[in-house]
Write a protein that binds this ligand. Structure first.
Ligand code: URA
Length: 224
């Protein structure tokens, strides 16, 4: 996953109507119903090779929602979001910021693992725009049911999914923008970005910046 996406903006924000039009879908009544239904999803071809759909988890409704890109290898096998290496970084950062998984809702822009087999390994592939678009229906339902004050987009794919157009993470990072009348969006890095920084000092600095953003996000929620 790249931490930045530099494709042109088209300035269009997804609405619930867009999502329903894409899928012709019914409206869900609870996060529990959504959790059961995700595994049945065939809105794009990713279900064919994935082990299972991976729904969001955590507190619902919640003031804070965090959205990653898509499940990885471990998430696909075990059926829970952010439980692999990126999840370990996220857990540590949440803890260092005074948060825990029980106090937030965590999900992904795309609910099925996309990969290419490489020997015995399955290498993560970034979801295509069409897959992000197809999965947007679930994201819109999660937003409606979780009703967060703030949704944090972890990385460019998530920001793209929430906004409906590509953005550059570094340009949007650092402050919330209004997403809907009741929810703001805070774009930041994906935790896996931190795993890819080879230099120890730079990695520590970037980690501290990420933790600080989580604290700022909590402060923003408390004041809003
Ligand atoms: N990366 C993500 O974006 N989501 C996960 O659940 C795991 C890794």
């Amino acid at each position: 996953m790249k931490s930045e996406d530099t494709e042109p903006h088209n300035r269009r924000t997804r609405t619930q109507d867009d999502a329903n039009a894409l899928t012709g879908a019914r409206t869900l009544t609870s996060i529990t119903e959504l959790r059961d239904a995700v595994n049945e999803c065939k809105r794009c071809p990713l279900w064919k090779s994935a082990t299972q759909g991976v729904p969001g988890e955590g507190l619902a409704p919640s003031k804070l929602m965090m959205i990653g890109e898509a499940p990885g290898d471990q998430e696909d096998l075990q059926g829970h979001p952010f439980i692999g290496p990126a999840g370990a970084v996220l857990d540590r950062a949440l803890q260092d910021a005074g948060l825990s998984r029980e106090t937030v809702y965590i999900s992904n822009a795309v609910k099925h693992f996309k990969f290419e087999p490489r020997g015995k390994r399955r290498l993560h592939i970034k979801p295509a725009a069409s897959e992000i678009e197809a999965c947007g229906w679930w994201l819109a339902e999660e937003l409606r049911l979780v009703a967060p004050k703030l949704v944090m987009a972890l990385g460019g794919t998530s920001a793209r999914a929430l906004l409906g157009h590509p953005v550059t993470v570094s340009q949007m990072r650092g402050a919330p923008t209004r997403l809907t009348p009741t929810t703001h969006l805070w774009v930041t890095i994906h935790p896996s970005f931190l795993l890819r920084i080879p230099d120890d000092v730079q990695r520590r600095n970037e980690y501290a910046r990420f933790v600080n953003e989580l604290k700022e996000a909590q402060d923003w929620i408390a004041k809003s």
